[in-house]
Write a protein that binds this ligand. Structure first.
Ligand SMILES: NC(=O)c1ccc[n+]([C@@H]2O[C@H](COP(=O)([O-])OP(=O)(O)OC[C@H]3O[C@@H](n4cnc5c(N)ncnc54)[C@H](OP(=O)(O)O)[C@@H]3O)[C@@H](O)[C@H]2O)c1
Length: 438
């Protein structure tokens, strides 16, 4: 160790305290144990886990640990003067946020994988950390094991980021992949995923898109150096996707994916949204299946870069948390914590989803009668919407499915046109409407 480093760090080891020993906590501890010698060699100091707070000390753990490390009192971690880094791996906003704020007030460096807390409360936490020159690292909060936050804050930092688009929720990607392969219905696949443990018993946050909403809010905040208010990110989940949508999309050369999208428009406005969309089969993200995640970033200098890997789970997220811990250790060792603080310099509002212009897919059931198509296309014309193509499926009884692909149009125009079309005598139902991404 050089002279400067010795001045910066005067202890013979770095003490870690952990809040939570569930999926991510266990993966973190297991990795620190398994690769300990190599990790310590890389950071140049011994690492020691001093205390771990949980809810129930008697619970079976997925990792072997000395049970005397466990406590149900989180303050024994947060307030311990010997602990240098606190890893918050509990989840949710309450009490995680108050624990992190108190740990920061106590001068602790923070590593967290908590997307909800960072998306909703990141601004206050980052400010608190910056005011004390402390690290607050959160790589595990987006993309599980995929490095995405550190690359955006370091290797890609010189770029003006134009676009971030990603498959950032493994559960919904698993469901949509299985629906595509097996032509199965959403509820059947969801139940099977729950039975096999691929989806939570309460899968609301995943299937309604909230998990992806937190993640794209975090990514967009970093990409656009603008605080993105999570409540302003429009969100639509996958519960309306039915087997016919998957089939028709396939026939037209597309797959359906739940996407997190953050784009800068030509007039420098920002779109940040989560919704299912049709993606051309040759799109780089289209081949991302099952629980895998992938994120594409477009920078003004680098062009397109893509990150792919396991977006959740004990080992992958543990990998991200340990990477952050090591980064903090290096900063501690060289007296450079707080080096990269919050980069949300602006708070400009994002574009309303109604104003977002894209191509569109619409599926409807109509009566098999003359002049049906002219009645419907007339309404689209009234709203200045150009039809790209239309496919009429085989007549069943006296009804038939019609699939429309529309040229670029604002969502507002499509929504208004569909309100009128729904009330036409010849229209049985408008079954689904999805955006088409390029
Ligand atoms: N699971 C993933 O694949 C994944 C991926 C990326 C990010 N994340 C994020 O990582 C965080 C942790 O997720 P997880 O899946 O590991 O959750 P988890 O399996 O439910 O584990 C949570 C842990 O926190 C402990 N805990 C809960 N409330 C506590 C409290 N008030 N005081 C002390 N300990 C408390 C629990 O104790 P007991 O064990 O005693 O109940 C448990 O060990 C979340 O923010 C999540 O969004 C998870």
């Amino acid at each position: 160790m050089g002279a400067g480093a010795e001045q910066a760090w005067n202890k013979n080891k770095i003490e870690i305290g952990i809040l939570g020993l569930g999926v991510v906590g266990s993966g973190t501890v297991a990795l620190l144990q398994r690769n300990r010698a190599e990790i310590e060699r890389k950071i140049g100091l011994p690492l020691h886990i001093k205390r771990i707070a949980v809810r129930d000390v008697d619970k079976n753990r997925a990792v072997e640990i000395d049970h005397s490390l466990l406590t149900t009192n989180a303050f024994e971690v947060i307030d311990d003067p010997e602990i240098d880094i606190v890893c918050e791996l509990i989840g949710g906003v309450d009490p995680a946020k108050s624990y992190v704020l108190r740990a920061l007030r106590n001068g602790k460096q923070i590593v967290t994988a908590n997307k909800e807390m960072m998306a909703k409360e990141g601004s206050e936490l980052m400010e608190q950390a910056a005011s004390k020159h402390l690290d607050l690292q959160f790589e595990g909060s987006v993309g599980g094991g995929i490095p995405i936050i550190q690359p955006m804050k370091n290797a890609l930092a010189g770029n003006r980021i134009l676009e971030v688009i990603g498959i950032i929720n493994g559960t919904t990607n698993y469901i949509l992949s299985k629906m595509t392969r097996e032509r199965a219905e959403f509820l059947d696949v969801l139940k099977e995923a729950q039975d096999h443990g691929y989806a939570e018993v309460d899968a609301t946050s995943d299937v309604e898109g909230f998990d992806a909403q937190y993640k794209i809010a975090i990514l967009a905040s970093i990409a656009f150096t603008n605080r993105i208010n999570v409540a302003d990110v429009s969100v639509e989940g996958i519960t309306r996707i039915a087997a016919p949508d998957i089939q028709y999309a396939d026939e037209l050369g597309y797959v359906i994916k739940l996407l997190g999208i953050a784009k800068r428009t030509a007039d420098d406005r920002m779109q940040v949204r989560v919704h299912p969309a049709l993606l051309p089969k040759n799109h780089p993200l289209a081949a991302t299946n099952d629980v895998y995640n992938a994120i594409m970033i477009k920078g003004d200098s680098v062009g397109d870069v893509m990150f792919y890997g396991r977006g959740a789970g004990s080992g992958p997220t543990g990998s991200a948390v340990v990477g952050d811990i090591m980064d903090v250790c290096r900063n501690l060792r060289f007296g450079s914590t707080g080096r990269i603080s919050c980069t949300c310099f602006d708070s400009k509002p994002i574009m309303a989803i109604e104003d977002v212009v894209s191509r569109h897919y619409i599926r409807m059931v109509v009566q098999d009668k003359p002049r049906v198509l002219s009645a419907i296309s007339g309404v689209f014309g009234d709203f200045d919407i150009n039809i790209e193509s239309m496919v009429q499926k085989t007549v069943q009884g006296k009804q038939t499915d019609i699939i429309w692909l529309m040229h670029e149009a604002p969502s507002k125009s499509i929504s208004e046109a569909l309100k009128v079309i729904k009330n036409l005598d010849v229209v049985v139902e408008v079954s689904n409407w999805l955006r088409v991404e390029e």
